[in-house]
Design a protein around this ligand. Structure first.
Ligand code: NI
Length: 136
């Protein structure tokens, strides 16, 4: 059984490589390379899998899952600059792909501890662009 919790966060970022010129960054990363930052209203879907408990009828208590997501992720990234202020994004290009990988790495063990297995991190960056990460 799969179960999904949706959370939202607003954050600023810039896609760029320090070793590239502003022109090259603009060419490769487009508007997301704007040197003065910009923001997105991100939507995140965290899907876990597990067996339905006979005792509770739940795969996982969504209150527990939401608690973990908020403590480990949302509190650290909501209304923040992802390039400058978020420990688990340090040293990574702040692409939607890398955000999904970093969030996976932050959540995987904690979700296992409450008795389920992380299955997918989906991050929606814009109406038209989203990524899904399944751990590899
Ligand atoms: Ni952007």
């Amino acid at each position: 059984m799969f179960i999904t919790r949706r959370e939202r966060f607003n954050a600023a970022h810039r896609l760029f490589r320090e070793d590239w010129s502003d022109e090259k960054n603009l060419e490769v990363f487009g508007k997301c390379s704007n040197p003065n930052w910009h923001g997105h209203n991100y939507i995140m879907f965290v899907t876990v899998k597990g067996k339905v408990s006979k005792e509770t009828g739940f795969v996982i208590n969504l209150k527990d899952l939401s608690g973990i997501i908020n403590t480990r992720i949302i509190d650290k990234i909501d209304h923040k600059n992802l390039n400058l202020e978020v420990d688990f994004m340090k040293g990574r290009i702040v692409s939607t792909e890398n955000i999904a990988i970093a969030i996976w790495d932050e959540l995987e063990e904690n979700i296992r501890q409450i008795g389920a297995e992380l299955h997918c991190i989906k991050i929606v960056e814009t109406e038209n662009n989203f990524v899904e990460y399944y751990g590899n």
